[in-house]
Ligand binder design. Structure first.
Ligand SMILES: [Zn+2]
Length: 425
């Protein structure tokens, strides 16, 4: 049995433990003072005393740490709790993180100010766009995972990635995404291809009222619209103070709510994914415009698969990537057994005048890929690569490019993966 921390202890000969502020199934959180700077910080460590196996709590802790490190590597984010450092002492790993003052959103059900609810929704949509771009899965948004600061900033404080082990929808075999290649069911008799169209069942413990039907019951295809549902449901809770199982009722039946906000909540939580906003960026735009139909003013473009002729409609904020079972899911997914396409490979945006493609991948994206014999290597002409590219300094390719009509995009190369021709509508 490990010794529990107590008030007055020092971690890393630097952080003085002041007070316990949180204790969940997987982690314990303390408020502490940085002895060098006088700053208030939070100290998190695995909760070994909650009756769960050491393996389970350490795995959860490791996932959260990995997610926070990925965010820090990519420049941190004002709406996500920042990681300062880690300390290992007497065999226990401690995360030293930003101390976020305020209250959990859980304490804010029934906010009597539609502008504040709208603003919280706008911030949540921004957070989810960033997490997906970094391929961080956050499948369980709940109002106790985020704080509202005294300045009304939303800060995500808990990476609730302690997901229950999903099961293959075909045979019921448990699928451990941490050790499988996330391509096929591990049961050799089944071997079903696992992608977002495979019905993956979450265990009953993973059922949350904030989860959409396609996640809770494996009823439909998961995608960016699945998080749109969770954000909509959270806004319903903030506006009404209630959380109900599906189907949702109209918040106007419960409270005095402006039409735009009620309409946005109703659309975000539609039963059928096709009736929701297609991604968090589009929902954010409607919240900002205070108009549930504002997305209809956004332009659409078309991508045509050069090899198959298949066409896909693209809205600002949509992503392309590899079909996969563990998420995050791109808006438009492609089969890719070689796994050279990233799960979230590139994102499309509209800057008011021009369409822009933003690379989010490991292997990069080639624009002007009309000649399939050109591998575009080793010279970097036409290659886009996300900022975390770790090649030689000074050689880093750009991450963004504007798109001209009929430009061919190689994902990741003209001669490998998928080629898509872009056209404005
Ligand atoms: Zn199976």
């Amino acid at each position: 049995m490990r010794r529990e921390l107590s008030v007055g202890d020092r971690i890393g000969n630097r952080y003085r433990i002041d007070e316990q502020v949180g204790r969940g199934g997987f982690t314990v959180v303390w408020k502490a003072t940085d002895g060098r700077t006088g700053d208030t910080v939070a100290v998190k460590h695995p909760n070994y005393g909650a009756g769960k196996s050491e393996d389970a709590v350490e795995k959860y802790f490791g996932r959260e740490l990995e997610a926070l490190r990925t965010i820090e590597r990519n420049g941190s984010h004002p709406n996500i709790m920042s990681l300062r450092e880690t300390v290992v002492e007497r065999g226990v790993q401690y995360m030293i993180v930003e101390f976020v003052a305020g209250e959990e959103l859980e304490r804010h059900g029934g906010i009597d100010d539609p502008d504040l609810v709208t603003d919280i929704g706008t911030q949540l949509c921004g957070i989810f766009s960033v997490l997906h771009d970094l391929e961080i899965v956050y499948r369980d948004l709940k109002p106790d995972n985020a704080m509202l600061t005294p300045d009304d900033d939303v800060v995500l404080i808990d990476f609730n990635t302690a997901r229950t082990i999903p099961k293959c929808g075909n045979c019921g075999q448990k699928v451990d995404f941490d050790s499988s290649t996330d391509q096929y069911c591990p049961n050799p008799q089944c071997n079903t291809r696992l992608d977002r169209q495979t019905q993956i069942r979450a265990g009953p413990a993973g059922r949350s009222k904030y989860k959409p039907p396609e996640v809770k019951n494996a009823d439909g295809i998961q995608g960016p619209w699945s998080d749109v549902y969770s954000i909509g449901k959270l806004l319903y809770f903030l506006a009404t103070g209630l959380v109900t199982a599906h189907p949702m009722d109209d918040p106007r039946g419960r409270i005095d709510c402006p039409d735009y906000l009620a309409d946005i909540v109703v659309r975000a939580t539609a039963l059928e994914p096709i009736n929701r906003y297609r991604n968090a960026g589009v929902m954010r735009y409607c919240l900002e415009q205070r108009d549930a139909d504002a997305h209809k003013d956004l332009p659409e473009a078309v991508l045509t698969n050069v090899e198959t002729g298949e066409k896909y409609t693209v809205a600002p904020g949509d992503t392309i990537g590899r079909e996969n079972a563990s998420g995050p899911f791109p808006t438009i997914g492609f089969e890719d057994d070689d796994q050279i396409i990233s799960r979230v490979h590139a994102k499309f945006d509209f800057d008011g005048d021009q369409w822009v493609i933003v690379d989010k991948s490991t292997n990069g994206t080639v624009i002007d890929a009309s000649d399939p014999s050109a591998s575009r290597l080793p010279d970097w002409d036409g290659i886009l690569q996300r900022e975390s590219w770790d090649g030689q300094p000074g050689e880093a390719p750009p991450q963004y490019a504007t798109l001209d009509d009929l430009t061919v995009i190689g994902v990741p190369r003209p001669d490998r993966g998928v080629r898509l021709q872009f056209s404005r509508q």
